[in-house]
Design a protein around this ligand. Structure first.
Ligand SMILES: [Zn+2]
Length: 466
């Protein structure tokens, strides 16, 4: 059985196959760049990273587009309040998002595109919808008439048949179950940025941005569209209404949504004081890879309870993985190969891969790896693990880290390089041979001060970062 993914549209877990060849055309609703992105948003982006990595591990080629929403109600409000241009205002947050993503080791989509660089195409799409009779105009703004699209509600599985005809909303975001005609093009307002266009002066609504940018780069039918579960309605519902009205074709084949993140059991909110950006958490002394681990350790369709105990546990789990890798790489094992150990490695790899094929069940994949580590440590202690078994064990760890990517420690520019550590370890060995034990102790202490712990074993010195 191949990769299976849960499709919000059909409400079923389906075998995944791209429409054309081996190429996965995928679109992700990126952040609205008006402040630092919080850890709840990063949960969704981390899920997308696992999806990307697993698709590639399964032999697919990716063509993935992520947009940056850099024109929108809140951005305009803040930029105007600060007397800045949109570009000046959003540039800082855009860079912060890319930097934070890199800290979390999130792969960059093949194309990252800005809404403000596609305004003429958006206006063209609005005009096209006008010509097809899906819109009406009021005071210079253009609205989508959802009554004209009978399938409206098919993604969020809501029955909107009782909606009031003509009730409309200007805001980009609105309440659940409150279906309204939504704005495609907002008329120019005094004191706000605007563009001259084929549908008059103004600016695009948020929803049309995604329809236009996704289809421009990926074609009329996408394989996968992802986002946070809160985008299902109205945003994604509106994307479908716009795109399918424009093309008459299915817009997206697989809709994937990541569940919410809560903090210490509560909804994250500024008023509760439990609202965290990645920067907040790192400033508190946590490693980015621990955050990454915690964010992806819970399967994406389950609510994730982000706790500081959980972060500490994530750091411990990462340390266990690194200790195992170190033991594999630095121990002297007896020659030969044990058939049972090899079989155990192959079994763990199968379990790991089957779990990810099962709608990216990261929790089961991790459980398979940790059970394996426990068994192999026992085999090593008993002397059953042989030199010939190392490759199989390292193979599993490599496969694991292609997806989870937590084995390599984050080092900042100020921390000591691997080469310098090795040099000091050699100096210490030389000092010991010369029976200069105070010098040897000094080096150990110097390394400790710089965050490196030495461990003398029968197979020589091992070191790791604290
Ligand atoms: Zn979107």
């Amino acid at each position: 059985m191949g990769l299976r993914l849960y499709n919000t549209l059909t409400q079923r877990t389906e075998e995944f196959r791209p429409l054309h060849d081996n190429i996965v055309r995928m679109y992700t609703c990126g952040p609205t760049v008006y402040h630092y992105v919080h850890i709840g948003n990063f949960r969704t982006f981390a899920f997308q990273d696992v999806l990307r990595r697993w698709l590639r591990a399964r032999g697919f080629t990716l063509d993935h587009v992520m947009n940056l929403t850099d024109v929108e109600d809140k951005i305009i409000r803040n930029a105007v309040a600060q007397g800045k241009s949109l570009r000046d205002y959003t540039a800082e947050y855009e860079q912060a998002f890319l930097d934070d993503s890199a800290q979390l080791r999130l792969e960059r989509a093949e194309r990252v595109v800005r809404a403000t660089e596609h305004i003429p195409e958006m206006a063209e799409a609005v005009r096209s919808l006008e010509q097809k009779g899906f819109t009406y105009e009021t005071e210079g703004s253009v609205y989508y008439r959802i009554g004209k699209f009978p399938e409206y509600g098919k993604l969020s599985h809501s029955d909107f048949s009782g909606i009031r005809a003509g009730a409309r909303v200007d805001k980009d975001e609105y309440e659940k179950a409150d279906a309204r005609d939504f704005v495609l093009w907002k008329a120019r307002k005094e004191g706000e940025p605007y563009w001259d266009s084929v549908v008059g002066p103004g600016r695009p609504g948020w929803h049309i941005e995604c329809s236009v940018m996704s289809m421009k780069y990926l074609g009329e039918t996408l394989d996968i569209h992802t986002g946070g579960v809160d985008l299902t309605f109205p945003h994604h519902e509106n994307e479908i209404a716009q795109s399918e009205a424009l093309t008459g074709k299915q817009f997206v084949r697989y809709w994937l949504h990541a569940e919410h993140l809560i903090v210490e059991g509560q909804k994250m909110s500024k008023s509760l004081g439990n609202f965290y950006t990645l920067r907040d958490v790192i400033t508190m002394g946590y490693q980015p890879e621990a955050v990454r681990y915690l964010l992806i350790s819970v399967p994406y369709r389950k609510k994730l309870n982000f706790t500081f105990d959980g972060l500490k546990a994530a750091a411990t789990s990462i340390q266990r993985l690194r200790d195992f890798e170190l033991r594999l790489k630095t121990s002297r094992f007896a020659d030969g190969r044990d058939a049972k150990v090899d079989e155990r490695s192959a079994h763990a790899l199968r379990q790991f891969e089957d779990s990810l094929d099962d709608d990216l069940n990261t929790a089961e994949a991790l459980a398979a790896v940790f059970e394996y580590i426990r068994d192999i440590n026992t085999a090593m202690d008993a002397g059953d693990f042989r030199l010939g078994n190392v490759d199989g064990a390292l193979g599993l760890l490599e496969r694991f880290d292609e997806i989870f990517d937590v084995l390599k420690p984050t080092t900042d520019a100020s921390s000591i390089s691997e080469a310098d550590v090795e040099t000091l370890i050699a100096d210490r060995a030389a000092a010991k041979r010369a029976r200069n034990f105070s010098r040897a102790d000094e080096i150990r202490k110097e390394l400790l001060d710089r965050g490196v712990v030495l461990e003398d074993t029968k197979d020589g010195v091992r070191w790791k970062r604290k």
